[in-house]
Design a protein around this ligand. Structure first.
Ligand code: AMP
Ligand code: MG
Length: 408
């Protein structure tokens, strides 16, 4: 057992589960209802808008799983059988003549009357062209029965399924040339901060390059969102009001920075004036402060500006929110348990999401876990979850959330 950390401050912080539940409720209150019909090749990364029900049996008829010979087992006495027809994939066979076998190839329909396919490796073709079967055989062997994969009327993919190459293939196998998908979520990305400069320009005193913008814009695109890149927002109330006012057609305004209780929280002021504002203090590290609200009627999520905080709060909260708005039910990231390959001697009062890697089946963590260090995430291939109040010795279990899942 691990010692439990100091109680106390945790009480005033919002557990991540609670924050997620609230965000998902908000998402369900404003689902994206518009849909569009897209050719199958264009649905990758989108969300299915209606159930996909099979109009076919798959396979549509019994077919051969092997290159070999189809026969009726009752005709087999041990003596060679003459070959009465050849059936290639794509052909419609004649019924099997009794007392004969049919040469057959993988994927070809099994002739009516045949109840068994023997693979060619277990046969011997005689000088007269008849076929001797060497091994004992059984009814149904090497035959893929009609409807073994899918039958007419079966639910194949439920509305709310995220579509990737495999789902596209499944729809293709059922003959769908296109699918009804939920329209893209339109997300405006705003980077707040007087200190920010876009890459490619010289840095002045006190300035840093804007990295959150490109992280979020690329990530959102991967999630199938339509991105409205709203650029850098200076720390100024009038500009903040005006800029937010110009983003009324979007489904979400996603900003970074300016959410700590600092004096430069103009986003918060604007939301309070012309919408609604909640400032959450999350029990996670990095990423404590989160702004959630509306500007006029548009939902707003304000992520903390430190790059690792932006990453963690986007991954754990914004990503599920955006997926749920499109009707996806299964929105939580993949997480599994691995042994820690590091020690954690001092328990914290917030859940830690350390940037880490798996090495020989154990989670190890980047040397610098500062929330300002994006390099930790570039080095990492996952977030290592250390629960609040816990200390760890090597070998203790920690949660591991692969970045590959979060980014996809
Ligand atoms: P803030 O939440 O505005 O107090 O910002 C917290 C920290 O994150 C500060 O050090 C900011 O300079 C930094 N930061 C804010 N926005 C960005 C950004 N878009 N790219 C890189 N760093 C940022
Ligand atoms: Mg700032």
């Amino acid at each position: 057992m691990n010692p439990v950390g100091k109680p106390g401050k945790t009480g005033s912080l919002m557990p991540v589960e609670q924050a997620l539940a609230r965000l998902l409720e908000m998402a369900e209150a404003s689902p994206i209802v518009e849909r569009e019909f897209l050719p199958l090749a264009e649905v990758e990364g989108r969300v299915l808008a209606e159930d996909l029900v099979s109009t076919l049996d798959l396979p549509p008829w019994p077919n051969s799983a092997m290159d070999g010979y189809a026969l009726n087992l009752a005709d087999w006495t041990g003596a060679p059988l003459p070959v009465s027809q050849k059936v290639f994939a794509g052909q419609a066979p004649e019924p099997l003549k009794s007392g004969t076998c049919a040469r057959i190839f993988t994927g070809a329909p099994v002739p009516a009357g045949a109840d068994c396919v023997e693979m060619q490796e277990n046969t011997e073709v005689q000088d007269d062209g008849s076929v001797r079967f060497i091994e004992t055989m059984s009814v149904g062997q090497n035959i893929r029965p009609q409807g073994q994969e899918t039958t007419v009327g079966e639910l194949i993919l439920a509305a709310g399924t995220r579509l990737g190459p495999i789902e596209q293939g499944l729809a293709a196998s059922l003959g769908c040339a296109g699918l009804n998908v939920v329209r893209k979520v339109r997300v405006a990305v705003l980077s707040t901060g007087d200190e920010l400069v876009e890459p490619g320009r010289p840095l002045g005193p006190g300035q840093i390059y804007n990295s959150n913008r490109v992280v979020l814009c690329s990530w959102l695109q991967r999630l199938g969102c339509e991105v409205i890149d709203a650029g850098i927002l200076p720390d100024d109330l009038a500009t903040t009001r005006a800029r937010l006012g110009g983003l009324q057609g979007v489904d979400l305004i996603l900003s970074t920075g300016g959410v700590s209780v600092g004096e430069a929280d103009f986003l918060g002021i604007a939301l309070r004036e012309e919408g609604e504002l909640a400032l959450w203090k999350l029990a996670i590290k990095p990423g404590k402060p989160l702004t959630v609200g509306h500007f006029r009627k548009v939902p707003v999520i304000g992520l903390p500006g430190n790059p690792a905080s932006t990453l963690v709060t986007f991954a754990l909260l914004t990503r599920p929110y955006l997926l749920r708005r499109q009707g996806v039910q299964d929105v939580e990231p993949l997480k599994f348990t691995v042994p820690a390959g590091f020690v954690w001697p001092v328990a914290g009062n917030r859940r830690e999401y350390l940037r880490g890697r798996l090495e020989q089946g154990r989670a190890i963590i980047y040397r610098n876990q500062s929330s300002g260090v994006l390099r930790s995430a570039a080095w990492a291939d996952g977030l290592v979850e250390v629960l609040e109040g816990r200390t760890l010795v090597e070998g203790d279990e920690v949660g591991f959330i692969p970045l590959s899942d979060l980014l996809g």
